[in-house]
Design a protein around this ligand. Structure first.
Ligand code: ZN
Length: 342
């Protein structure tokens, strides 16, 4: 079988890997679609994301769906052929954070396709992926797999919105209209936000923001002052985006950082936080929001415009290049199963 592996910045390879048998309590999923995430792009382009660096070959990918192809001993609630989504995290279950229901910040978490720890946790852009049975969620046949692949990033977005507190009836700013920003827009609207404004440097992603429910879109740099923003969610992963959130949110408002900022220190206008008594919260990955995301996808919340392109696994480099062009693409998928890459 084949996998999409990053070795260093700019060095992405399709490599042959040995297939694996499921151990007790595990299943093997034949991966059909994988979504390329901003973090995958950072690993590819820069050899790292945030403060995590690639130190050994890393199979990328954590947004993956497919069908079960083998079931290990002791797994009696799943069978081959079943369509499944995969929760990318396995957590310790016993630390203070896990016990408090915040397993997304478990210090002992393993996350598919992540260089957060060494040895790295190999990812899901592989034809057959071995996971724990409790990581899979059975998907209804009515849900197309290429829609279901949005469950993972949608979970990130739902968690970011929840970190802001109650948004029902509120006015929300979302900086950055990449896939996560777009999903935050949709999640905020689905959560009852009265008004959502999306900002970005480029026109193309702003058009998508309008399609997924933004009430207004604003191109960064036009000098607009936004009125009465209760909650600002930073999804651009830039110091400028964070500044915009801190400046534009109302006094006493809440800012959530979900975008991954560049490595190292970020210039931070802390006096805005102090003098305006803002609340600043982080949002990292997600926990049980994965189940909510699948429910919302089954319900249908109009996310189709976000998936702009799909490439077979053997064209992964072209897929990664296109996904890096924010003026041309939003979420780019890899079609992984049933192909024999060259
Ligand atoms: Zn834990």
């Amino acid at each position: 079988m084949y996998a999409c592996v990053v070795h260093a910045a700019g060095d992405l390879r399709i490599e042959e890997r040995d297939g694996a048998e499921p151990g007790p309590g595990q299943v093997v999923v034949g991966i059909e679609y994988g979504g390329i995430c901003g973090s995958d792009l950072h690993y590819y382009r820069e050899g790292g994301v945030g403060d995590f660096r690639v130190r050994e070959p890393l199979v990328l990918g954590h947004e993956v769906v497919g069908r079960i192809v083998a079931v290990g001993a002791g797994v009696d609630n799943l069978s081959t052929g079943t369509a499944v989504g995969i929760h990318p995290a396995t957590t310790c279950g016993v630390c203070a954070e896990c016990v408090a229901g915040r397993s997304n910040i478990c210090a002992y978490s393993n996350y598919l396709g992540s260089a957060a720890r060494t040895p790295h946790i190999q990812g899901g852009f592989v034809q057959e992926l071995v996971v724990r049975a409790d990581q899979v969620r059975v998907l209804p046949e009515s849900l197309e797999l290429k829609t279901a692949v949005l469950a993972e990033p949608l979970s990130v977005a739902i968690h970011a919105v929840r970190q802001a507190g109650e948004v029902d009836g509120k006015r929300v700013l979302v900086t950055g209209a990449g896939p996560i920003g777009l999903l935050v827009v949709a999640a905020a609207k689905r959560s009852g936000a009265e008004y959502v404004v999306s900002t970005d440097l480029q026109e193309t992603p702003l058009r998508l923001a309008a399609q997924v429910g933004a009430d207004e879109t604003v191109k960064v740099g036009d000098g607009r002052r936004l009125e009465d923003i209760d909650v600002a969610i930073e999804a651009s992963g830039t110091a400028g985006g964070l500044r915009t959130c801190l400046e534009q949110v109302r006094r006493g408002g809440t800012v959530v950082q979900v975008g991954t900022l560049p490595p190292g220190d970020t210039g931070f206008p802390g006096n805005l936080l102090m003098t305006r008594e803002l609340t600043l919260r982080g949002a990292f990955r997600f926990a049980e929001e994965f189940d909510t995301a699948i429910e919302w996808l089954v319900e249908g919340i109009g996310l189709a415009p976000i998936v702009t392109h799909s490439f077979p696994l053997e064209e992964a480099r072209a897929a990664f290049e296109l996904a890096s062009d924010r003026g041309a693409a939003s979420k780019v998928l890899l079609e992984i199963s049933g192909r024999t890459p060259r």
